[in-house]
Design a protein around this ligand. Structure first.
Ligand SMILES: Cc1cc2nc3c(=O)[nH]c(=O)nc-3n(C[C@H](O)[C@H](O)[C@H](O)COP(=O)(O)OP(=O)(O)OC[C@H]3O[C@@H](n4cnc5c(N)ncnc54)[C@H](O)[C@@H]3O)c2cc1C
Length: 445
């Protein structure tokens, strides 16, 4: 069988694997049985090794919409359906995704398996909280329908379970109503970390909030930021908005090859950050913007991950509990500045309460996501950050992980023993396995 070089969005690590693209329930079953060890994959937008294994079953041919009720806003589709194609169908009918990540190029299977969160976690929770049911093909080839009332344990193990409980075939979920395709975006310029955290907490009543942080500053400007607060615009706030003709735009730029590994260095990142922060002049301003630039600013560039060069990059995304979050974030930012490693992208968000997903990432607190090019110094820094976050009772996100310390993972997901016990019952021969699950000891290599 032909093998392909393949990786996640961070291009680290890389694997050489057989990639299969089943086009029906029966072919998923046949391929699962013929390959033995394998992992499902959606669009490969998770950063690390969660969708890598000896064999990969990619959902790119399972993209049908099964039903869309424009009265109730209930949408049902196969797991390989991408969010951008869902938006094309639902926005013209006055609906939006209940939870969306920072890119629309992911699948519903990936959204459920990682239990994704968006800028509205403190209000609407994770994606799983809007899922009505899902159909899962188990290791023995049987198909189980799972929901909050049917096969409940399997449902909550699968939401956030990173493809280890089975292959999600279909799912049904509740959409949210919108009146326009615009967002009322309020931007608050914050001079340091303390100010942005105060503003995030003070404005918790906004549906959407996210802060972009300049990681290149220190001293009294450590963590200076732009905080973006948002609400879906009402009809009376917008003129000339025609929802019915909405179509998601395609990326307008494309990086055809990897740039040299040094392209994003301390100086280029510092210069970019200073320009980005400087472009906002007013302390507090409000504008009506399209939801595309608000939710998906990075989607205008195809393959922007190639900016980091052939060595790839890692996203370090963690959450720490609210008690002690100010001091915690401050010491972490100081450690990053001291290391000399700059993050091109640094995003701070507020999380609401944890849901019932056994390995679901968000819990009440502050989360920060940082991108680092892969090199010896950044890997050492991330190991130190693991120790710091662990001491603060925080945790890191599996969908972004490619190198987490195992003891950190084990100590931060309290339902892990229960998850492993369930896997030993539903998949006793360990067929569903990723490089990540073996590396972190969720499955045994
Ligand atoms: C630019 C960018 C911004 C992002 N922003 C956010 C954000 O704001 N919030 C957030 O939560 N995440 C965010 N992400 C991460 C992304 O949403 C998740 O990693 C998501 O899981 C990717 O979906 P995918 O379809 O690409 O799945 P993949 O990356 O292919 O797979 C991810 C996991 O899902 C499993 N999986 C995929 N399909 C199935 C299936 N059919 N059945 C069972 N398991 C399956 C895989 O085994 C794997 O463990 C972002 C990623 C990028 C690149």
């Amino acid at each position: 069988m032909a093998k392909t070089n393949i990786s996640g969005w961070g291009n680290f690590p890389k694997a050489n694997a057989v990639v299969e693209r089943p086009d029906s329930e029966q072919t998923v079953r046949n391929l699962q049985q013929s390959h033995g060890i394998h992992i499902p994959r959606g669009a490969g937008r998770s950063y690390g090794d969660s969708s890598l294994s000896a064999a990969i079953l990619e959902s790119s041919k399972l993209t049908e919409t099964l039903s869309f009720d424009a009265e109730t806003g209930i949408f049902t589709c196969q797991s390989g359906k991408m969010l951008n194609t869902i938006l094309d169908e639902i926005v013209p009918k006055g609906y939006f995704l209940p939870v969306t990540p920072g890119t629309k190029f992911i699948t519903i299977g990936g959204a459920i398996a990682a239990d994704i969160h968006g800028k509205n976690h403190h209000v609407d929770g994770c994606f799983s909280q809007h899922v009505l049911w899902l159909k899962l093909m188990m290791a023995d080839g049987s198909v189980k329908k799972c929901s909050r009332t049917e096969n409940t344990e399997l449902f909550w193990a699968t939401c956030g379970g990173m493809g280890l409980t089975g292959f999600i075939l279909e799912a049904s979920f509740q959409l949210k109503k919108i009146e326009t395709s615009k967002i009322v975006n309020r931007t608050i310029k914050c001079e340091n970390l303390d100010e942005v955290i105060s503003n995030l907490l003070e404005h918790e009543n906004y549906t959407y909030s996210v802060a972009w942080i300049d990681c290149g500053t220190s001293g009294k400007n450590l963590g200076r930021s732009l905080l973006y607060l948002g609400e879906h615009a009402k009809k009376e706030q917008v003129s000339n908005d025609d929802l019915s003709s909405y179509k998601t735009p395609s990326p307008i730029v494309s990086l055809p090859f990897n740039l040299p590994n040094w392209t994003l260095n301390k100086w280029t990142v510092k210069a970019f950050n200073a320009l980005y922060y400087g472009k906002v002049r007013k302390k507090d301003s409000t504008a009506i913007v399209g939801f595309e630039p608000y939710f998906y600013p990075l989607d205008i560039a195809n393959n922007w991950n190639r900016l980091y060069g052939s060595n790839g990059f890692a996203q370090y995304q963690f959450v720490i509990p609210m008690e002690g979050a100010r001091e915690g974030m401050n010491s972490i930012m100081q450690e990053i500045v001291k290391s000399g490693e700059s993050s091109f992208l640094a995003v701070l968000k507020l999380f609401g309460e944890q849901n019932q997903g056994w390995l679901s990432f968000p819990k009440r607190g502050l989360q920060l996501a940082l991108d680092f090019p892969i090199n010896k110094k950044s890997l050492e820094l991330m190991n130190r950050l693991d120790d710091m976050v662990m001491a603060m009772d925080g945790r890191s996100y599996l969908a972004k992980d490619s190198r987490m310390k195992r003891e950190f993972f084990e100590s931060s997901y309290p339902k892990l023993p229960r998850f492993k016990q369930l896997l030993s019952e539903i998949d006793p021969n360990g067929k569903f396995r990723s490089l990540q699950s073996d590396r972190l000891g969720i499955t045994t290599n």
